[in-house]
Design a protein around this ligand. Sequence first.
Ligand code: GLC
Length: 475
Amino acid sequence: MASPECFPFAKVGGLSDVVGALAKFLAKAGHDVRVFLPLYGCVKLPENTITYENIEVHLGGHQRICRVWKHKHDGVVYYFIEYQQYFGDSAIYFNGDYNGERFAFFDKAILDVCASFHWIPDVVHCHDWTTGLIPVYLNTVFCNSPLHKIASVFTVHNLEHQGIFSPDILAYAGIPFSEFHAHSLESLNCVNFMKGALYHATKLTTVSPTYAREIQTSTMGYGLDDVLRFKAGDLIGILNGIDDTLWNPETDPNIEAHFSAHNLHGKQLCKRALQHTLGLPLLDVPLIGVISRLYAQKGLDVFMDVLPFIFDKMQVQVVAIGSGEPHWEYRLNELTRCFPDKIKVYIGYNNTLAHQTEAGCDLFMMPSRFEPCGLNQMYSMRYGTLPIVRATGGLLDTVENLNETQESGCGFIFEHLCSDAIYNTVGWACSTYFDRPNLFRKMQVAAMAKDFSWRKSIDKYIEVYHWAMQQRGGF
Ligand code: GLC
């Protein structure tokens, strides 16, 4: 696995949870899994590590020396690549061409480390644009090397971020300029790491079946839909799982009381505890949770627009955890100032509070403009917290809308991202909570009974790895 993030070492978003869990469950299934990560300044190195000094990384005619730290945990080997000049800082991502250099270095370092360890994996599984040069290197710079036979699987976690840099990056990375064309790395006269990966990887996956279809359309393809249609035969959508050992209301050490679908009493205690911790009045009104990065993708701007009207007409409370665009953080803080008894905000990421929010809320809001998979709606359902989501991507593949006649479903879905839709859907959820408590309870039980574990998806990934290996080397 090549990834810029992996739980528990480095986390910005869902990618981290997914890579961490995927590696762990693949290892449990008996595979030799090794995860490569940059050693960012923020990574707390575990105690039992082995170091390898003086590993050479060759880039465009110059060589750089890095150090590699190896650590084994839960059956997975982690290799941390230490190179102060690029990763000494605590931040995981930067802007501009510097960021391109950092991850070009990381991608080449992974392959050079494999070569110097004489370890040739069957498959390298790359995650998002930051690892996009690996399939390109394997097909070009390594074409006369034993590493050439490594099959590559590239997973799109989010097509919006593509890694677009000036063509100068090619000389830096040591990738032949002949790759600067429309069926490889070039896009709009720039180098596009994601595009290179889409063309060069042996197989492509993305994180839900619906998103796999959506990214092949011009409205959601971020300019790469033609490439994805061209490669459609090699692309498959595999739904992310969740780590149900970390997210389990029956054992979670972060929450006030444990509970299960058979007995939701503990959930009530969690709700009271959360209201108390946040300083919200201890009322029996629906408590809506939000845990999100604060970017346009997440659609929370529309939720914020409509919240004053919701607070005016409905009895609800909101807890929001997140960080991102400063003006979104500002708006959330302003809402707390105007409605101190109704909404509490935590700017930043706090794992314990995230678990307490999933456990203590009745409803969970995800009005995403697009959502490749989304994990929090699955965490929510596991804790009997009913998601209110927009009909897109993985949200559509995981949340079943309430069907009033059949009394089935485990969430509330709306189509269009507009104030009216959010207002009405929150109203629908609130009326279910107040007027039909038995139905609400039935939905909670249905949500908790859903199986979002990695079991099914692991088998699909193993199948993809086999396809990739067959295609690459005729294994
Ligand atoms: C990205 C996507 C999110 C997905 C996650 C893990 O963060 O935006 O939808 O769940 O990756 O695949």
